[in-house]
Structures are given as structure tokens and as C-alpha cells.
Design a binder for this molecule. Structure first.
Ligand code: PBG
Ligand code: ZN
Length: 324
């Protein structure tokens, strides 16, 4: 009698396959990124990310209702300001795009978890994630003051969590102190702790108008070749008070997601970035790949150890999961 052990018995039917399935995905684990622009009555598709839109702050209510109906309970807000300057002053203005968007969302959907991206690159005329010093380098310590100002203005507008994506050293602790000193102890920090200097951010930089005008981000974002460094970055941010650790990008860094999860035990969010979205979306739309490739990719991120997935696929995957 050979073979005695038959793995295929547990694959015989839909029923048994779902009974023994190890990894599941639910809409409540997804975070949907939203881009907010100036103006009124605007909802325009983003050409580099088909199926995603630029919204003016007044147009968000329907989008948020749709997300709620799909079981998605969290959004990550990115601002695309009308004005840029050398210090990114639009980023911390109380009537800036993000601040207005947060107020609108919270007024109509107080249960929606609103997370705001905290950075300077969309707001500075040079496109770097921090202030420049005279010699053109990104000045870490002076940038911290500005990041905290931005985070505080988001908290004042009603953000539930802030997500610093700049990769300056010490910003999580600096922001935590500022929030705590200003009665925002309840506002969480989702830190882009492990963020690589990646070529997969291209479509986002088009959408946000945030490409650096000179040089690159390699002096602050991580070298794609490193994983021990990811553990050091994650540990540092946890020690400074981060509540959730982001690993970004996701698909080309699944080993990093697993290592960070296993070694820290932190709540880990993987960011399935714009280039990963564009690549898969393009292949599916042109018929090169079947659309199941999308679910398979998101399951792989979950299987690698992510608790949360930030993804531009959130709506279509939630629709699929709910059989809509
Ligand atoms: C920068 C920032 C980036 C993304 C979000 N915030 C990357 C970058 O330009 O370096 C990328 C998100 C994506 O590609 O989906 N603060
Ligand atoms: Zn930035």
C-alpha cells in the first residue's frame, strides 16, 4: 500500500480546503490610502494608479461610506498641497488639505480610523523629506521640530494616528513627546520604521508630486540589501513609542516582514506600495495575469507575518472577500 500519506486528501473540495486554510484575509485588516487635493468638487482618477483618485476634501464622504460598506475601517491620508516652499509650511497649516480632510471625515464618520501620513516631501519645493541645510544635506535634527508640528496639527484636526514616513532619526520619540505634552496621549504613532530606498514608489511620486528635485533619498531611506538594519530601525522606533511598525515596500521584502515580526512581536503593517500596485494591476488589465494574482499577493504578505496591509487594492479585495 503506497503512498500511505496523501496530502491531496485535504485538497479534495472547497469545503475541506477552507477547513484547513492557515491564512485568511479580512477587510478589517486593510488600510486604504487616499490622496487629497485642494479645491472643491474634485474627484479625478490618478493616471499612474488606475482605480485610485485625487479627492478634494469636500468629496470624501461618499468614498468613506463605500469603504465602510466594504468593511474597511481605516484610511491613510496623503495631502497634495497647492503651494510648496523650502520649509513645507503648508504641511502644518491648520486649514491645510490634510487637516480639512480629517475634519470632514471625522465629522461624518467618527468611527472611521483616520491615519495621516506625516512628511515634508510633498510640501517642500525641493521634494526632500526634511529641511535642507546650507550645503544641501537633509538636516535631521531641525527637521524633527517640523515633523512634530505637522503631527500636532493633524492631531488637532482629529487624526486617530499619525504615520511619520520621513526616516529621520529620533522622530518617533520627538513626536510622541509633543503629542503627550499637548493632551494628545491617545493619538497613536504608526511608524514607517523600515522604509527602503525603493524604485517601487514611482507612481506615488507622480500622484503626490513628491519626487526629489535633485539627488535621491538614500541618505535617509534604507539600503534594499539590508535586513539586520531593519531590526535595529524597528527596535529603535518601538523604544521611542511607536504603536505599529510599517515595513515598506511589501512584496519584494517579505523576508523582512517575517524577521521584523518574529524578532519584535510588534504589530506589523506591510505597505503594498504604488509600484507593486501598478505592476500587478497592469498585468491583470492587459490579460497577462489572471486577477487571482492580486489575492495571492496579498495572502503572501499576510503569510509573511503582517497584521495589517496598507494597499491600493483594498477596495477590490474587500469586494472579492465579501462576494460583491
Ligand atoms: C515619502 C513617501 C513615499 C511613499 C509614501 N510617502 C515614498 C517616497 O517618495 O520616498 C510611497 C508610497 C507608495 O509608493 O505607495 N514620504
Ligand atoms: Zn517624504
Amino acid at each position: 500500500m503506497y503512498p500511505r500519506t496523501r496530502g491531496r486528501r485535504l485538497r479534495e473540495s472547497d469545503a475541506i480546503r477552507s477547513l484547513v486554510r492557515e491564512t485568511r484575509l479580512s477587510p478589517s485588516e486593510l488600510v486604504y490610502p487616499i490622496f487629497v487635493i485642494e479645491g472643491e468638487g474634485e474627484k479625478r482618477e490618478i493616471s499612474s494608479m488606475p482605480g485610485n483618485y485625487h479627492f478634494s476634501a469636500d468629496m470624501l464622504a461618499d468614498e468613506i461610506s463605500e469603504l465602510r460598506d466594504l468593511g474597511i475601517n481605516a484610511v491613510l491620508i496623503f495631502g497634495v498641497p497647492g503651494i510648496k516652499d523650502s520649509i513645507g509650511s503648508e504641511a502644518y497649516r491648520d486649514a491645510g488639505v490634510v487637516q480639512r480632510a480629517v475634519r470632514n471625515i471625522k465629522a461624518q464618520h467618527p468611527d472611521m480610523l483616520v491615519i495621516t501620513d506625516v512628511c515634508m516631501c510633498q510640501y517642500t519645493d525641493h521634494g526632500h523629506c526634511g529641511l535642507l541645510s546650507e550645503n544641501g544635506r537633509v538636516d535631521n535634527d531641525r527637521t524633527l521640530e517640523y515633523l512634530s508640528r505637522i503631527a500636532l496639527s493633524h492631531a488637532r484636526a482629529g487624526a486617530d494616528m499619525v504615520a511619520p514616513s520621513d526616516m529621520m532619526d529620533g522622530r518617533v520619540g520627538h513626536i510622541r513627546d509633543q503629542l503627550d505634552d499637548n493632551e494628545y496621549k491617545h493619538v497613536g504613532i504608526m511608524s514607517y520604521a523600515v522604509k527602503y530606498a525603493s524604485a517601487f514608489y514611482g507612481p506615488f511620486r507622480d500622484a503626490a508630486g513628491s519626487a526629489p528635485s535633485f539627488g535621491d533619498r538614500k541618505t535617509y531611506q534604507m539600503d534594499p540589501a539590508n535586513t539586520d538594519e531593519a531590526l535595529r530601525e524597528a527596535r529603535a522606533d518601538i523604544d521611542e513609542g511607536a504603536d505599529i511598525i510599517i515595513v515598506k515596500p511589501a512584496l519584494a521584502y517579505l523576508d523582512v516582514v517575517r524577521r521584523v515580526k518574529d524578532s519584535t512581536g510588534a504589530v506589523v503593517a506591510a505597505y503594498n506600495v504604488s509600484g507593486e500596485y501598478a505592476m500587478l494591476k497592469g498585468a491583470v488589465e492587459s490579460g497577462i495575469l489572471g486577477e487571482d494574482a492580486i489575492m495571492e499577493s496579498l495572502i503572501s504578505i499576510k503569510r509573511a507575518g503582517a497584521d495589517i496591509i496598507i494597499t491600493y487594492f483594498a477596495k477590490e479585495i474587500a469586494r472579492k472577500l465579501r462576494g460583491k
